[in-house]
Design a protein around this ligand. Structure first.
Ligand SMILES: [Zn+2]
Length: 136
């Protein structure tokens, strides 16, 4: 009677499965990081508008153009935010104002330069290139 599978056949199948799992998990991690960055950029955009609204209202305290930790002004800014909720960076970065721009300690400042910057790993797949075109 012949054995169902040889050791070599089973090994080859396991190696193939390992390769597929490795490749797909790298894509997942990359996609997750890109979406976290996108959310963070939206948070910074929202914060920027809320800060501008606070400044236009003339209320105190005045939020300066350089703030190391924006959370200090959480109470003043939150009333201009949806549901009075101060946004949080999903990767644990904190928000500051540098040169007048809302900036995340992990994702940098929010503006179009950031969105098109080279620190986003776009990969080479057509599927990913299609995703990128959403940003442009
Ligand atoms: Zn961030």
């Amino acid at each position: 009677m012949k054995k169902a599978f040889s050791f070599i056949e089973i090994s080859i199948v396991l190696v193939i499965i390992a390769i597929v799992v490795t490749i797909s998990s790298q894509h997942y991690i990359k996609a997750k990081k890109n979406s976290q960055k996108t959310i963070c950029i939206q948070n910074m955009s929202t914060l920027d508008i809320a800060i501008e609204n606070h400044r236009m209202s003339g209320e105190l305290p005045i939020i300066p153009g350089e703030v190391q930790y924006l959370g200090m002004y959480k109470d003043s800014i939150s009333k201009y935010l949806n549901k009075n909720t101060f946004p949080i960076c999903s990767e644990g970065g904190f928000y500051s104002i540098i040169n007048g721009n809302v900036t995340c300690s992990i994702h940098g400042s929010w503006n179009t330069d950031n969105i098109n910057s080279q620190d986003i790993d776009y990969g080479t797949d057509t599927e990913e290139i299609e995703k990128i075109s959403i940003y442009k």
